[in-house]
Design a protein around this ligand. Structure first.
Ligand code: KG4
Ligand code: ZN
Length: 333
């Protein structure tokens, strides 16, 4: 079975073809980062318009790269939400328009399920069950995953998501958008002893997170410098921020593994690309003989491959989940 995946929830247009027998056949992605950069964040209207411009050329490229005819597609999976309403509508209309034209069934996929299953696209995928840490721009969740569709929420952020904390703190430091990679690079040059920032909820008895206080702490330190903040100060603050957030994320993952008595940890979502987080997780897991799995770097942030894959996994469990019903709806929240 060949599933076409369409992702357009935020600022990446992603198309991919996944074959349940041969694996990922091809995928194509266009990132709008350069377009939104001058505004310091994603401008929803610009995002929607760009998805419209990119979707069909990327679809053609994906079909050509996979050497597959559109008629060979068995089902079309698209991101139904959460995400920006206008952006989601573009992907949904592309998927449903194609479905109607080609007489193929379509199914809506939860964006987070796409992220959650993305480590299974790797050459050495984890076996179920596992604990998953989902760290993206909009979400921070710990889940117990027993199989496709079998997800138990163990804990989540009470306010900002981890990626949001990265982005907002980077903005406070005058680093560009997206802030995650920028603050991470800056932190490499920082002195770890220069500043101490809070580790919110590190010792709470549950698996929930809270990151808005950390961002406020960054703001307080930045304000203390007035306008004459030098590059070294910025690097020191970046280092303190990264150390704090990484320590909390790692500690909560270890607690989740201990609580569930599972031995496998899977990281998904954009922040999963973070080098400092990966190093700290690998070290903590090795000490306790846990295994950690990551998606390939290219599949950490938004992409069509994870949506095609999630669609294929859903259809394997429930073949009638895709329908020839094209009155699509999106679910931004
Ligand atoms: O999963 P994703 O592409 O989109 C959402 O579904 O939100 O995640 C984007 C988030 C952004 O907040 C971005 O700053 C963060 O992931 N991110 C990183 C890194 N790469 C992306 N954060 C820290 N370090 C990185 N290397
Ligand atoms: Zn995402």
């Amino acid at each position: 079975m060949i599933v076409l995946g369409v992702e357009s929830s935020c600022d990446e247009t992603g198309l991919a073809l996944y074959d349940t027998e041969r694996g990922l056949l091809a995928h194509a992605l266009h990132s709008q980062i350069a377009m939104h950069q001058e505004y310091g964040g994603v401008v929803p209207e610009l995002a929607s318009r760009d998805h419209i411009r990119r979707a069909i050329p990327l679809l053609k490229q994906t079909l050509a790269d996979a050497a597959v005819s559109a008629h060979d597609i068995d089902a079309i999976a698209y991101t139904q939400g959460p995400g920006l309403a206008g952006a989601l509508l573009v992907g949904a209309s592309v998927a449903c328009g194609l479905g109607l034209a080609l007489d193929k069934p379509v199914l809506g996929i939860h964006h987070l399920e796409g992220h959650l299953l993305s480590p299974l696209l790797a050459s050495k995928p984890p076996q179920f069950p596992f604990v998953a840490l989902l760290v993206s721009g909009g979400h921070t969740q710990l889940m117990r995953v027993d199989g496709v569709g079998q997800y138990e929420l163990l804990g989540e952020t009470l306010d900002d998501a981890a990626g949001e904390a990265f982005d907002k703190s980077a903005k406070l430091l005058g680093l560009g958008y997206p802030g995650g990679p920028a603050i991470s690079r800056m932190a490499e040059f920082g002195d770890p002893a220069a500043y101490q920032l809070p580790r919110p909820m590190l010792h709470s008895k549950n698996l929930d997170f809270s990151f808005s206080g950390l961002k406020t702490a960054v703001l307080t330190v930045v304000k203390r410098h007035n306008t004459n903040i030098c590059e070294q100060d910025k690097a020191n603050i970046a280092r303190a921020f990264v150390d704090a957030i990484v320590e909390v994320l790692v500690a909560k993952c270890m607690s989740a593994l201990k609580e569930t008595r599972l031995k496998r940890l899977v990281i998904a979502g954009g922040v999963g690309a973070n080098r400092q987080l990966r190093e700290a997780l690998n070290a903590a897991a090795a000490k306790r003989r846990y295994e950690v799995f990551y998606p390939e770097l290219q599949f950490c942030t938004d992409n069509g491959a994870m949506i095609a894959f999630a669609g294929a996994m859903r259809l394997r469990e429930q073949p009638d989940a895709a329908k020839r019903e094209y009155g699509f709806s999106v679910r931004p929240r």
